[in-house]
Design a protein around this ligand. Structure first.
Ligand SMILES: Cc1cc2nc3c(=O)[nH]c(=O)nc-3n(C[C@H](O)[C@H](O)[C@H](O)COP(=O)(O)OP(=O)(O)OC[C@H]3O[C@@H](n4cnc5c(N)ncnc54)[C@H](O)[C@@H]3O)c2cc1C
Length: 376
């Protein structure tokens, strides 16, 4: 099969790019390996920039049940501090978001093929990209958007994750008093070896998503209940939130290999890398979805302006590097025992620090490729 643009991966970045391209009259095929959207490891926090981009794509998160998030709380050891978020934010399950994005792509005229995964992506002697699927079919296109998120394609891999992060997500029905206390806040909890976030999502439940370095796992025998028990001991605030909570999945979903801080340096002609394939920001910022949408929009603008993919990738790197390094610096601070001990106290005295950090780790929107340009 041959087309104009092939998009590999139908998550946030792939769907956003496909919708924008289809609305500009391009013929687009999108290949997504899952037959239907599934739960993904994600804190499901939607920052102000993400909300703006989603709105421009025609995704009304409020009608999907998104919960407005007004506050951020930081808890470490026995202390917790709270600050109002300096931008609008919401939370929505990835299942609901990804379902809406795929539906919007189909409505925009994208040819969506679900339930097949791309096994190989290579350049043919005729200078087009050829994707070989697990069912043996092949697709050819002069331009490909690589949007496989956390999953690397052979031959296009990102570097290893030296800290060997492992990430988990679990839904809980909190005890009524705890749900009322969590209210409209996103809570970030610190413990040795990682951090976790809990926040309400639609349906009256809460998402607990956490990361931990692999070397902290063996002490708890790899069992998630034991790991969670240790996290609650190290961060009693989490213990309080989960007291009497009912886990809603048989076990958490988990992923490994998260190369935090990665920003792709270069690419090949005709291959625009977007979303987590372009950059991976530390999760505590809650900005990955925003970056996925942002890089998709930039990629589409570059393609439409006939900007070569290697130039796009280099410019994107320059634009993201500052934010990425700041986020990494802050993440290192969260992982530091002394910082864990003093941070909540400092923030209680000066909640402005939290607001400033939140602002500095946001992706900067460029007027040239504002979200409105992709609106239908
Ligand atoms: C622990 C953790 C917590 C996070 N919390 C937040 C948060 O609260 N807020 C936030 O904004 N960001 C968060 N993020 C980041 C966010 O989840 C990602 O940055 C975002 O999902 C990236 O979007 P994407 O489109 O690149 O990838 P995805 O949304 O993951 O989509 C990739 C798609 O490609 C498909 N695919 C993969 N391989 C193939 C293949 N070979 N062929 C066909 N299809 C394929 C997959 O099935 C998937 O649907 C978090 C990340 C982690 C690890």
């Amino acid at each position: 099969m041959r087309g104009e643009v092939l998009i590999v991966g139908g998550g946030v970045a792939g769907c956003a790019a496909s919708i924008a391209l289809a609305r500009k009259g391009r013929s687009v095929t999108l290949i997504e390996r899952e037959a239907t959207p599934r739960h993904k490891v994600c804190g499901e926090f939607l920052s102000g920039e993400a909300l703006e981009d989603l709105d421009a794509l025609g995704i009304e998160v409020t009608s999907l049940g998104a919960v407005p998030i007004e506050y951020v709380r930081l808890a470490a050891a026995r202390r917790a501090a709270e600050a109002p978020l300096p931008f609008p934010a919401a939370s929505l399950t990835r299942k609901a978001l990804d379902t809406a994005l795929i539906a919007e792509a189909i409505a925009a005229g994208v040819r969506v093929e679900r339930g097949s995964s791309v096994q190989e992506l290579s350049r043919t002697p005729g200078d087009v990209w050829q994707a070989t699927l697990d069912n043996g079919a092949t697709h050819e296109a002069p331009t490909v958007f690589l949007a496989t998120g956390k999953h690397d394609l052979r031959g296009h891999s990102r570097p290893k994750d030296p800290q060997q992060w492992v990430a988990f997500k679990m839904y809980f029905r909190l005890a009524p008093a705890q749900a009322a206390e969590l209210a409209d806040a996103s809570e970030l909890m610190l413990y040795p070896g990682g951090y976790g976030g809990i926040q309400p999502v639609e349906g009256g439940i809460a998402n607990l998503c956490w990361v931990v370095q692999k070397r902290y796992l063996p002490h708890t025998g790899d069992r998630w209940e034991a790991l969670l028990a240790r996290m609650q001991k190290d961060c009693p605030h989490l213990g309080m939130r989960l007291a009497g909570a009912e886990p809603l999945l048989a076990k958490p979903i988990a992923i490994t290999h998260i190369p935090y801080g990665y920003v792709r340096r270069t690419t090949e002609d005709g291959l625009y890398c977007v979303g987590d394939q372009a950059a991976v920001i530390p999760s505590f910022t809650g900005d990955g979805i925003s970056i996925a949408l942002h890089t998709a929009r930039y990629g589409v603008a570059a393609y439409l302006a006939a900007e070569p993919a290697p130039l796009f990738q280099a410019k994107l790197r320059t634009a993201l590097l500052h934010q990425m390094r700041l986020a990494e610096f802050a993440a290192d601070g969260l992982n530091n025992a002394l910082a864990r001990a003093v941070l909540p106290f400092c923030l209680r005295v000066w909640p402005g620090v939290m607001r400033v950090t939140a602002r500095l780790t946001r992706v900067v929107q460029d007027a040239d490729v504002a979200p409105q340009l992709v609106a239908s």
